[in-house]
Design a binder for this molecule. Structure first.
Ligand SMILES: Nc1ncnc2c1ncn2[C@@H]1O[C@H](COP(=O)(O)OP(=O)(O)OP(=O)(O)O)[C@@H](O)[C@H]1O
Ligand SMILES: [Mg+2]
Length: 271
């Protein structure tokens, strides 16, 4: 795909390590995302994908190594500097994480009220614009409880783009959605990249979306980044972990502790 035009790095993850007590979650991870580039990060549950995003956002401090966003080393920034840098990042949380007591409109307007001097009319118009961009026109007055999972994710996207960030981070934007809605969400992410030219990282388990939206695909395994390459190169990568992930096979290096059940699934049923 590679529509990005410069080689300027926007996010650099350099030798990043993070452990919680004795549990090593990230170990010397290196990743770099260029301006306008879309990176998909794959990895099994619990491999540290959300921890990676939280380090980029400055919500966690690395044990060693660092993350730079626009050349600024995140964990060295003062509170105010971190606040400024965070304004450049739109975060789409795992499961949307909307404020349940607020309407769709209030959820999206929240950061605009807090971080800008926009008037009520300007805010309302920006909210409409963001909702249109994610195909959620005329939902301003609804509460999150009235939305389906896919709608919540889209409102989460609208909230993330409200401040016109140059970076978007998506944490499992399609988990729990049906295949059609998964495709819709993938197209919206692609649309945001094309229309807004944002630099993005998308954490996903969905290979089809990853290959559709990403310029490069990375795979985390046991705290390490074992591949980071174009979707085409990734799909022909012979690494046994990459191959197991691509095939979705229970047998292989991914699951060892505990090992997978001994039964295998055939098309005719369980044998
Ligand atoms: N604040 C924390 N304190 C202690 N352990 C943590 C903390 N945050 C994450 N962990 C641990 O780090 C590991 C990685 O967590 P993380 O949420 O990054 O996984 P993930 O790859 O995003 O998984 P999933 O696909 O299920 O969302 C997990 O074992 C988790 O329990
Ligand atoms: Mg996660």
């Amino acid at each position: 795909m590679a529509e990005y035009t410069t080689e300027k790095s926007v996010i650099d993850v350099v030798n990043l390590s993070k452990a919680f007590g004795p549990k090593v979650v990230l170990s010397n991870v290196n990743l770099s995302v260029k301006e306008g580039e879309s990176l998909a990060v794959l990895g099994g549950s619990g491999t540290g994908k959300t921890v990676l995003l939280r380090n980029i956002m400055g919500l966690l401090t690395p044990d060693s190594g660092h993350v730079t966003v626009d050349g600024k080393t995140i964990h060295k920034l003062s509170r105010d500097e971190l606040f400024e840098t965070r304004k450049k990042i739109g975060m789409c949380f795992q499961m949307a994480a909307l404020f349940d007591s607020m309407t769709v409109e209030e959820n999206i307007a929240f950061s605009l009220r807090r971080h800008t001097n926009m008037t009520k009319t300007q805010i309302a118009s920006r909210v409409d614009e963001c909702l249109n961009m994610v195909g959620m026109k005329d939902t301003q007055k609804l509460k999150p409880v009235e939305l389906s999972g896919g709608m919540k994710r889209r409102v989460g996207f609208a909230r993330a783009i409200a401040l016109k960030p140059k970076i978007l981070l998506f944490d499992e934007p399609t988990t729990g959605l049906d295949p059609v809605m998964t495709d819709v969400i993938g197209r919206i992410i692609l649309g945001l990249k094309m229309e807004l030219g944002v630099t993005s990282i998308t954490i996903t388990h969905d290979l089809k979306s990853a290959f559709n939206i990403a310029d490069r695909v990375a795979l985390l395994f046991r705290g390490e980044c074992i591949a980071c390459e174009t979707p085409e190169a990734f799909q022909s990568n012979a690494h046994p972990v990459v191959q197991q992930f691509l095939k979705g096979d229970a047998d292989g290096p991914f699951l060892q502790d505990p090992p997978p059940p001994k039964w295998t699934l055939s098309r005719k049923g369980t044998t």
